[in-house]
Write a protein of this length. Sequence first.
Length: 84
Amino acid sequence: MDVSFSGLLTHVEQLAKTKLKTGEVTKADLCFSLQETIFAMLVEITERAMAHAGATEVLMVGGVACNVRLQEMMQLMVEDREKG
């Protein structure tokens, strides 16, 4: 499954240009929101792939997989799938 974040990143760039200057948001706010949105998308796509393949486990590798928040979100998804 292919994933593209170009539209999302463009939107965040536009928000950064306007909202950071006015102080409506901070860099930390934008980064956190972007991370949560992208991770939620990755978890949803992974869950769909697991359902399609009949898988019960997820193996995450690489740099992004070291992110503790992503690990937590994947773990919750797998636990929810196990419940039913």
